[in-house]
Design a protein around this ligand. Structure first.
Ligand code: ZN
Length: 278
């Protein structure tokens, strides 16, 4: 018994010292950083509404990527376009990328090897394109998307982006429902099916700034969130509406700050990379 008590108190003292050291160094436990990982010109927003809104309107989207630092690891949330797009002639119209994720991170003092988890909101190529730059990270992806990818032909562009994990070479977690990424409730993948079968949003609970909700593609721009629009290319309309409901309820209950990942206005309101929210 004495030994157990000694171990318990010893552990408590040690973890107390670790916490004190972290505080003394001014290191917040959890931070969020945001940066751009591609641009998409939309010449006609008509396809973002199946109720005929926005037809003929043009808008530029950003592909938003995020780093969540946690004492137990570093999560990269969404990965933008593939670096193959850089300088590509005759590439997909309207899509641009000026820098690979690896370059963007290393130029800001972050070693790509520090990324322990790559979380993908869904399998579309503007979210999964850079994942292959982090082959040692554990891939986190909604179960419905993982099943859809596995059913695709290997040369499908969306499957190609994640070939490392689909071929069994990388560690992958196919997520059923929600996932508490680091086990303490601070970083949670939220199942929001409808845009794709396994689409997810990300909830990050920061010590100072509180709850942050990253949309994935639950919404693409502010005006479409205001009317809870459903893009014509979503895989399931009823699921999308149910996910809109869940998303808005969570946002309200946690008084969360919502970041629409494709909306340049939401991205511009976050600290310029590599500055972080804590
Ligand atoms: Zn999408």
């Amino acid at each position: 018994m004495k030994r157990v008590m000694a171990l318990l108190f010893g552990g408590a003292i040690l973890s107390g010292i670790a916490a004190w050291t972290a505080m003394a160094q001014g290191e917040p436990k959890i931070t969020l950083q945001a940066f751009e990982c591609g641009r998409l010109k939309q010449n006609d927003l008509g396809r973002f509404s199946d109720t005929m809104r926005f037809k003929g309107e043009a808008r530029e989207f950003i592909a938003g990527c995020f780093l969540v630092r946690h004492p137990k690891g570093v999560l990269l949330w969404d990965t933008g376009f593939s670096a193959q797009l850089i300088g590509m002639k005759d590439g997909p119209p309207g899509l641009t990328l000026d820098k690979s994720l690896t370059d963007r991170l290393t130029q800001n003092g972050i070693q790509p090897g520090a990324i322990t988890h790559v979380g993908i909101s869904h399998y579309h190529a503007d979210h999964s394109g850079g994942a292959g730059e982090f082959p040692n990270a554990e891939l986190l992806i909604g179960e419905g998307d993982w099943a859809a990818l596995a059913a695709m032909k290997p040369d499908d562009r969306q499957a190609v982006q994640l070939a490392h994990w689909l071929s069994g070479k990388g560690k992958v977690r196919s997520v059923k429902g929600d996932l508490d990424v680091f086990g303490d409730g601070t970083v949670t993948m939220l199942a929001m099916p409808g845009h794709t079968p396994g689409h997810s949003a990300l909830l990050v609970r920061l010590p100072k700034n509180g709850a942050m909700l990253l949309t994935g593609d639950q919404y693409h721009f502010r005006e479409n969130r205001a009317v809870r629009g459903v893009p014509t290319f979503n895989t399931n309309r009823a699921d999308t509406l149910a996910s809109h409901d869940r998303f808005e309820e969570i946002a309200k209950n946690l008084k969360a700050r919502v970041i629409i990942q494709h909306d340049p206005r939401d991205m511009a309101e976050l600290p310029a990379f590599p500055a972080a929210l804590d």
